[in-house]
Design a protein around this ligand. Structure first.
Ligand code: GDP
Ligand code: MG
Length: 462
């Protein structure tokens, strides 16, 4: 009898819907020093996150959340982690087979404590900076897109201790680094919540792309927690968008600055959404011994949370990071991040123009690198077919044409004058490459010629 009872308990533990194992931990990428106002980058974290061979060549989805302390950001991120672990493979477990039942029931057991990013920490400020979840999620779409998904948390910012410049810096770095930027706001949007977006919209204005439909940043979500007027605007995306539309309307009493931000926000982001979250209930909000299980969360909140998480993370809704209309790979983003941190290092903010210029330069350097590669691939492919000297120049010209065509098709950024400067630089690089392989091929031809003559002589003698 005792044996049977034991067996029953064992089976129930084995077969209950338990969420997938969480295999990562938070790692700090950027650190903000409040005293001397500097930003520092942890290079080791950058390498781990973006240069691992399993992810470096993938396009990226980077979801960031920012807002004041103790407003449920990490709590929400941890439920996002549950969805991600149930629905995707990850760096820690790249061969995992997705279990459809677990993927659908990603919330897992209702009593399971919430783990992941540290949440419910004290009201005291901890380290200030930008953290990432160490495990990166992997998605290969049926169309062949290979994507890496990252979660990013901001700590100790947008509170009474941070200055307007601090907030501008964080918001802008967040916008530059992420593809989905969630602004976690409590109760109601204040004018100050959009004031610090002014600088980012300024950066965007310098994006002198010929094509106006290309926006510098992708998705911005104003996530309003503990929304108190569901009769006026309903919970979720629909009510949130209606509320946001009303908020972004220009009113007579708005100062010039506030008008400008309102006007430019739409031009800065491809997509701006509002989302209204209900109050999660007294236990979540107040009980210090609460462990995060979803049994104790109000049903409305769980429903809205599911809507939000599906909206961001379902494969068909993933938003990949683009810079000036070009998809960015993980290893490329690492270069951009390094560059942005350099720009934001000093106490004063960098000029919006310099951010644009350095982004543009980086983007052209990457494109030139790829174009040179195309040239070299073509040379490698046909080099062995060369039988006489004149063919060397022909191969160079054909390969150069391939390379320049690629450059021209891919460039989606900068105005024509700027791209011409880089095109000339590319042509210079190709000529230099030609100068390098031409003598080697000539030498090779000469060697063959000598050998051929030798063989011919031997034939005659024989
Ligand atoms: P963070 O500092 O913004 O990351 O906040 P945490 O995620 O650490 O959560 C701080 C506290 O807020 C915890 O006690 C949570 O249980 C609670 N909490 C989580 N979500 C919400 C919410 O939507 N509303 C309220 N009022 N409290 C929440
Ligand atoms: Mg937190």
């Amino acid at each position: 009898m005792l044996k049977l009872k034991f067996l029953l308990i064992f089976c129930s533990v084995l077969f209950c819907v338990k969420s997938e194992e969480i295999t990562g931990h938070p790692i700090q990428l950027l650190n903000f020093n409040n005293e001397n106002k500097t930003v520092t980058l942890t290079e080791g974290s950058l390498e781990k996150l973006f240069l691992d061979p399993l992810v470096s060549d993938r396009e990226v989805v980077i979801v960031s959340i920012a807002g004041a302390l103790r407003k449920g950001k990490s709590f929400l991120l941890n439920y996002m982690l549950r969805f991600l672990y149930a629905n995707y493979r990850s760096l820690a477990n790249p061969t995992k087979v997705i279990n459809e039942t677990n993927a659908t029931n990603w919330l897992g057991d209702e009593n399971e404590p919430l783990t992941g990013f540290s949440w419910k920490s004290s009201t005291k400020r901890e380290t200030t900076g930008i953290l990432f979840w160490s495990d990166v999620f992997l998605y290969d779409s049926p169309m062949g897109e290979r994507i890496a998904i990252y979660l990013m948390d901001t700590q100790g910012l947008f509170d009474h201790l941070s200055t307007p410049t601090d907030n501008i810096r964080i918001f802008s770095l967040n916008a530059l680094m992420s593809s989905v930027q969630i602004m976690n706001i409590f109760n109601v949007i204040q004018e100050s919540d959009i004031e610090y977006m002014q600088y980012a919209t300024e950066v965007a204005r310098f994006t002198a792309v010929d094509d106006e439909s290309i926006k510098p940043f992708q998705k911005l979500i104003f996530l309003i927690r503990d929304w108190g007027s569901p009769d006026e605007y309903d919970y979720g995306l629909k009510g949130g968008n209606e509320f946001l539309k009303a908020f972004l309307k220009i009113k007579d009493y708005h100062t010039d600055e506030l008008r400008k931000v309102r006007l430019h926000i739409q031009k800065t982001f491809e997509n701006v959404n509002g989302f209204l979250m209900p109050y999660p209930g007294k236990i979540v909000a107040r009980n210090s011994s609460y462990d995060g299980n979803w049994k104790k969360i109000d049903e409305d909140f769980v429903d809205a949370m599911k809507e939000l998480i599906h909206l961001i993370f379902e494969p068909k809704n993933l938003v990949t990071k683009t810079i000036n209309g070009v998809a960015v790979k993980a290893f490329e983003l690492a270069v951009y991040i390094k560059q942005y941190v350099e720009l934001f290092k000093s106490e004063s903010l960098p000029e919006a123009k310099s951010i644009y210029e350095s982004t543009l330069d980086n983007q052209f350097q990457i494109l030139m690198g790829k174009s040179v590669e195309i040239y070299l691939q073509s040379i490698q492919l046909y080099q062995n077919n060369i039988t006489k000297e004149s063919e060397i120049l022909s191969l160079h010209n054909i390969s150069k044409a391939f390379s320049l065509k690629y450059f021209d098709q891919e460039k989606k950024f900068g105005n024509s004058e700027e791209s011409l400067i880089y095109q000339n630089e590319l042509e210079g690089k190709l000529e230099k490459a030609y100068d390098e392989w031409r003598p080697i091929t000539l030498e090779f031809l000469e060697k063959i010629k000598v050998e051929q003559e030798k063989a011919d002589k031997q034939k005659i003698l024989a």
